[in-house]
Design a protein around this ligand. Structure first.
Ligand SMILES: CC(C)(COP(=O)(O)OP(=O)(O)OC[C@H]1O[C@@H](n2cnc3c(N)ncnc32)[C@H](O)[C@@H]1OP(=O)(O)O)[C@@H](O)C(=O)NCCC(=O)NCCS
Length: 380
């Protein structure tokens, strides 16, 4: 039987496809602007903390001081992990990538959360709060376990971001470090319908629980074309070693058609505004941490890639040196991105559930039809 030829149009990589509506954030790629629920990032960056940004994404307005205090203390109070989860972290193989551990432990947390199967909005709000608070603790505990240091409990006197850094490194961050880390988290909090956000929304559109959605999002962020790029940026900077060899190194990469990690973006056709904020922070922190050459190397790479390829740094480029200067080992960079994006992912998943329709696209079939089954001994 002759089959009708499929005339469906395939949009490779779903570029430009509008897959849903959201009020949470908007990437204006043509003008290089990012909006968090109505506010231009430039209006908020440096003024609005990560916790305030979480409040904005979840409740649609900036919090009053009392609302912010309440959110902060609820987040810090939820940072503890069940003992069995801590044991699981201790049992993970030392060579496993931290993103692999984080994805697995978030999935495992679903077995311990009393609300996991309750998909009411109230229960999902409680889970969103808990998961946002628990993800940093998983990352901090993993690092402490691997470096043979005691695990730390959150300090109720510190804010959410400061607690994260304190539990990870074991020393209370000074004011500059706290501000830089908080801003780094705030700049990564949400970013429209990116690959991991879409993955999380697809998962919960089947009415699977939030832990499943977050696990999907984490698995998607891990790839080097998405959140995994920041770690690769640091590897490249370490490999380059000295500003004088940037020119030949990058030229060699471009000639070999290699991608320079931390550059290019599906939506931004001009500068990523997050990179602009991170660049300033990178300069300040690299000087403070006595690694100014890393900033200098980064700046030179940016100039050359812009000149030769016409592409700009994305969020992953300068966040690498910022995190390095904050004494975060490179294998944790993507997990820090994940912790920052967790409240954004959860906001999207709850938004999806508030007006849900199963996300189920179709495909163009390129296979054959009506082949006849052949017994194994007659196959060639
Ligand atoms: C982010 C990214 C995946 C977007 O990909 P995309 O929208 O599918 O864009 P394409 O892969 O179609 O690239 C378009 C062109 O730009 C080039 N390009 C894009 N990013 C590049 C990079 N980082 N280095 C060198 N060239 C790059 C491609 O080679 C291609 O050039 P061509 O048309 O001459 O072949 C891509 O820019 C990339 O791989 N960047 C590096 C990884 C990274 O930093 N990811 C973090 C994103 S926040």
């Amino acid at each position: 039987m002759e089959q009708a030829k499929e005339d469906k149009v395939v949009v490779r990589g779903l570029e430009g496809v509008v897959a849903g509506e959201t009020r949470i954030s908007h990437v204006d790629g043509a003008n290089g602007q990012l909006y968090y629920d109505g506010y231009n990032l430039d209006e908020l960056a440096g003024r609005t903390s990560f916790a305030e940004t979480i409040y904005l994404m979840w409740y649609g307005k900036l919090p009053t001081p009392a609302e912010l205090r309440s959110l902060r203390s609820r987040l810090v109070a939820e940072m503890r992990l069940p003992t069995q989860i801590v044991t699981m972290i201790q049992l993970t193989p030392p060579g496993a990538h931290p993103m692999c551990v984080l994805r697995t432990i978030v999935s495992a947390l679903g077995m311990f959360d009393p609300d996991v199967e309750d998909m009411s909005d109230e229960a999902n709000e409680r889970k969103a709060l808990r998961l946002t608070a628990q993800v940093p603790t998983i990352i901090a505990d993993l690092h402490r376990v691997r470096t043979g240091q005691p695990l730390l409990s959150p300090d109720p006197k510190l804010g959410f971001a400061a607690n994260f850094l304190y539990m990870f490194r074991g020393a209370t961050p000074d004011a500059v470090e706290e501000k830089a880390f908080d801003l780094t988290l705030m700049l990564h909090a949400d970013h429209g319908m990116n690959a991991s956000t879409f993955a999380g929304r697809v998962t919960v559109s089947t009415l699977a629980d939030l832990h499943s959605g977050l696990t999907s999002a984490l698995g998607t962020l891990k790839g080097p074309l998405h959140g995994g790029a920041n770690e690769r940026v640091m590897e490249m900077l370490m490999d380059i070693e000295h500003p004088d060899v940037v020119e030949s190194y990058i030229q060699g990469m471009l000639e070999n058609k290699q991608r320079v990690m931390g550059f290019g973006h599906r939506v931004y056709k001009t500068e990523d505004p997050r990179a602009r904020h991170l660049r300033g922070m990178s300069k300040q922190l690299c000087e403070r941490a006595k690694v100014p050459h890393l900033y200098e190397i980064s700046e030179r790479i940016e100039r050359i890639v812009k000149e030769r390829k016409g592409i700009y740094p994305n969020v992953d480029f300068y966040s690498a040196t910022v995190q390095h200067a904050l004494r975060i080992p490179k294998e944790y960079f993507t997990t820090i991105f994940a912790a920052a994006r967790t409240p954004g992912w959860l906001a999207h998943m709850r938004e999806q559930l508030a007006d849900n329709r199963l996300i189920r696209p179709t495909s163009r079939y390129t296979g054959r039809y009506d082949l006849k089954w052949v017994p194994p001994e007659q196959r060639t």
